[in-house]
Design a protein around this ligand. Structure first.
Ligand SMILES: *Cc1c(COP(=O)(O)O)cnc(C)c1O
Length: 375
């Protein structure tokens, strides 16, 4: 390839919005309008007073509606993002031993967290090659089963299902950071469905949220009442108690709450999770069928049923330099389609989060074709 970064893509081919990153997501302009409106009143006011607490209440109710939360499920939130939640769950939800599915960066990080905890037994970690996924296996003594619904590093999606034959009272913890609000889920199949707002909710990072089952709430209370030392900032019971008052233990980012609430309202007004899952399926489907027809591109995830509808990973054959395509797109304002850095493949990774217009995805594919033809 020549000096592809200098190639100018015709304006008529470009997507209206060129943000396709796997996180943070493209933000919808209406969310920024909501932020501007909050700017004169809500921003800069106390998170202990009614206006911000009502906003948190609106988010909690909106999420319960969006996920059709079964009776007794509660929305819990705290500061620190999904990465913080891994430590919070290690301290506050795993009683003795966790089993993790590890098939990419994010699943492996939570596995490492429980595995290193000196007060827990060594974790059972079931691995699979990137681009594939393992199955959970019922194991006596395991009281938490954990895996990501969408492995953002590879574009593999995994079903959210209870583990047949697992010990009574064992919990299923789903890392839904990049899946929540973009993929369908039956919450009754999980005990904690946790996420952060910067993916399908198109808000900013720094917060974690979880849909907690009664069994998970009971487990958290029981562990907290025991003699395990838990750092205050990572204390799950403290987060649960604060959430019930529509508060967080320490100061949250108010702008994150405003843009999150705006997205939850938008989803619920437009048909909820069915709308969201339909829209991401449409966007991702356009990418996979384009790749299957292409002479030079192939979906990285071999099994169609494992392919994610929110993150599409596309391999290119050796005649094409995917990093040069990404660089040319970037020079033309179409950004963040580089592959996950540690995967080290000749690949593009394209987010199809719900904020992204399916027609912008089609435009992106036309741009990729144009770059390939003109390089
Ligand atoms: C983005 C992501 C995370 C990390 O979220 P942070 O809020 O940055 O900690 C964890 N898990 C998955 C599956 C993700 O996609």
């Amino acid at each position: 390839m020549g000096d592809t970064a200098a190639l100018k893509i015709p304006a008529g081919l470009l997507p209206r919005d060129g943000r396709f990153g796997a996180g943070p997501s493209k933000v919808r302009p209406e969310q920024i309008e909501a932020l501007a409106q909050a700017g004169g009143s809500l921003l800069g006011t106390s998170h202990r007073q009614a206006p911000v607490r009502n906003l948190v209440g609106s988010i909690r109710n909106g999420l319960s509606d969006l996920f059709s939360a079964p009776e007794g499920y509660e929305v819990v939130l705290g500061v620190g993002g999904s990465t913080a939640f891994w430590d919070i769950a290690s301290f506050g939800l795993v009683e003795n031993k966790a089993q993790h599915l590890s098939f990419g960066e994010f699943g492996s990080k939570f596995a490492a967290a429980t595995n290193k905890a000196p007060f827990l037994s060594a974790s059972s970690i079931i691995k699979a090659e990137p681009g594939t996924r393992p199955q959970p296996v019922a194991e006596p003594g395991v009281d938490v089963y954990a895996w990501p619904q969408n492995e953002t590093s590879t574009g593999v999606a995994a079903p959210v299902q209870r583990v047949q034959g697992a010990d009574d009272g064992s919990l299923v913890l789903i890392d839904a950071t990049s899946a929540a609000g973009g993929l369908d889920v039956d919450l009754a199949q999980s005990d904690v469905y946790y996420f952060a707002p910067q993916k399908n909710f198109a808000s900013d990072g720094g917060l974690w949220l979880g849909m907690f089952s009664p069994a998970a709430l009971e487990r958290a209370a029981r562990i907290n009442a025991g003699d395990r030392w838990i750092p205050d900032f990572l204390n799950l019971q403290t987060a649960i108690d604060n959430s019930r008052l529509n508060q967080t233990y320490n100061t949250p980012s108010l702008s994150t709450l405003v843009t999150l609430n705006s997205q939850v309202q938008w989803l619920n007004t437009n048909g909820g999770l069915a709308f969201a899952a339909g829209r991401t399926a449409e966007s991702a489907g356009r990418i996979y069928s384009w790749a299957e027809k292409s002479a030079v591109a192939t979906p990285f995830v071999a099994r169609p049923e494992d392919r994610s509808n929110v993150i599409a990973t596309i391999d290119f054959d050796d005649s094409i330099d995917a990093s040069a395509i990404a660089a040319t797109l970037r020079a033309n304002g179409v950004v963040d389609v580089e592959p996950y850095r540690k995967l080290g493949r000749n690949q593009l990774r394209i987010a199809t989060f719900v904020a992204i217009e399916p027609d912008d995805v089609s435009a992106l594919l036309n741009c990729i074709d144009y770059v390939i033809e003109h390089s």
